[in-house]
Ligand binder design. Structure first.
Ligand code: PLP
Length: 427
């Protein structure tokens, strides 16, 4: 028995399914989750001291790679001054200034503790601001696990084949309209019919929770247009894409502007943090300035703020994002070529340092239905083959992959060589 197997057995006695977030349990791919002991740069080390080249990167936050020494130093230094005060600090203003400088329309920003809190609060604010109840989201997009958003959600919910979760009141789910991602006509039709009842659209500007699905040309622009016409608030959920697909996220990459932006992952550099921010006239509705309530004991936590500040400073190094994109291209092209040589039908999508592979004959995958039509069983065998070879991919075919600044060309070539070996025996 490996150490991971015995640790998993112990964990299952006291934690539901042995994990604190469902996808970690490997239910989608089968087998035993790898228990991690430590991580450094591009690598994870499991409890048996096996090393893996990691393309999950804690589900996105670790854009610099794991345990960057400057981030660790900043956190250790802050720890000596105290872990939490429950009172304002200068650090919060510094990180807020940084976010307002980078993001379009971000006049004010509020920190929370997770991406889920960020999107949940942004939805409440949009409803409070417009006085409307209905919200629009897209099939296969995941925005965390708050009730209003766990309707036909992606990520873990998709993996388990549960379109929405028991425990979400039907009456609440009634207010959530789910449209097809990248279906421009569907959006126009919905707004033509009931645009004046819709508080907001929330969307992943690059969908990263049904594998990696970029927006088709005109999709994000249409969302902007219908929101402007109807008075609905456009919430771009950049929890995953923020400081990931480019230094200015998807908004910079595609030249689109949100009314409210939600952030998480990279802005905490690996610490639990989220944020939502936007136009002054909307953000002024949040307590204590306005009547829309939102709060948090640990919000703006100093440890999270310093990890975020240090990370944001380091990622602004000249050329970092070009290098990330080049590495992602190298990986995707190499794996596609290896699949082709082995006669395995494989398609890929990529934006900046996000990528996804699809086991399908289709030349392009651009919506949820197409993602669902891919060969999941073949992905699962591929996943286990790669894990065996020392490459850690997301343990479900519905998740995006992430490149970090710490991955070397050698790591990438090792990954491609591993894929070549796995493809040679993949049925
Ligand atoms: N929004 C998006 C786009 C996400 O990818 C996620 C998590 O993966 C969330 C929101 C929820 O963030 P968290 O897991 O920090 O609650």
């Amino acid at each position: 028995m490996s150490k991971s197997e015995s640790l998993f057995a112990e964990a299952q006695k006291v934690i539901p399914g042995g994990v604190n977030s469902p996808v970690r349990a490997f239910r989608a791919v089968g087998g035993t989750p790898v228990f991690i002991e430590r991580a450094e740069g591009a690598y994870l080390y499991d409890a048996d001291e096996k090393r893996y080249i990691d393309y999950v990167q804690s589900w996105g936050p670790m854009v610099l790679g794991h345990a960057h020494p400057d981030v660790i130093d900043a956190v250790v230094e802050q720890a000596q001054s105290g872990l939490s005060f429950g009172a304002p600090t200068e650090l919060e203003t510094e990180l807020a200034e940084e976010l307002c400088r980078v993001w379009p329309n971000m006049d004010l920003v509020r920190f929370v503790n997770s991406g889920t809190e960020a999107t949940m609060s942004a939805i409440r604010l949009a409803r409070g601001h417009t006085g409307r109840d209905k919200i629009v989201k897209f099939e296969g997009c995941y925005h965390g696990h708050s009730d209003s958003l766990l309707v036909k959600a992606g990520s873990g919910a998709l993996t388990m084949g549960v379109p929405s979760s028991p425990g979400v009141p039907a009456a609440l789910a009634d207010h959530t309209i789910t449209l097809t991602y990248n279906d421009i006509e569907g959006v126009k039709k919905c707004f033509a019919e009931i645009g004046d009842q819709i508080a907001c659209i929330i969307v992943e500007p690059v969908a990263g929770n049904m594998n990696c699905i970029p927006p088709v040309p005109g999709f994000l622009e249409t969302l902007r247009e219908v929101c402007d016409q109807s008075g609905a608030v456009l919430i771009l959920d950049e929890v995953m894409t923020g400081f990931r697909v480019s230094l200015t996220g998807a908004q910079g990459h595609y030249g689109i502007e949100a009314d409210i932006t939600t952030l998480g992952k990279v802005i905490g550099g690996g610490m639990p943090v989220g944020a939502f921010g936007g136009k002054r006239e909307i953000m002024e509705k949040i307590a204590p300035l306005g009547p829309v309530y939102q709060a948090g004991t640990l919000s703006g936590n100093p440890m999270a703020m310093v990890a975020g500040l240090e990370t944001l400073q380091l990622i602004q190094e000249e050329g970092l994002y070009d290098a990330l994109t080049a590495k992602t291209d190298r990986l995707v092209e190499g794996v596609l070529a290896a699949a082709k040589d082995a006669g395995i039908p494989l398609t890929a999508n990529k934006v900046g340092s996000m990528f996804g592979f699809f086991f399908t004959d289709a030349k392009q995958v651009s919506n949820y239905q197409q993602v669902m039509a891919c060969d999941t069983e073949r992905f699962n065998r591929f996943f286990h083959g790669m894990l065996e070879q020392g490459v850690y991919l997301a343990p479900a075919s519905y998740e995006a992959g992430f490149m970090s600044a710490a991955h070397s060309d050698e790591d990438i070539d090792t990954t491609i060589a591993a894929a070549r070996r796995v493809f040679a025996h993949l049925d």
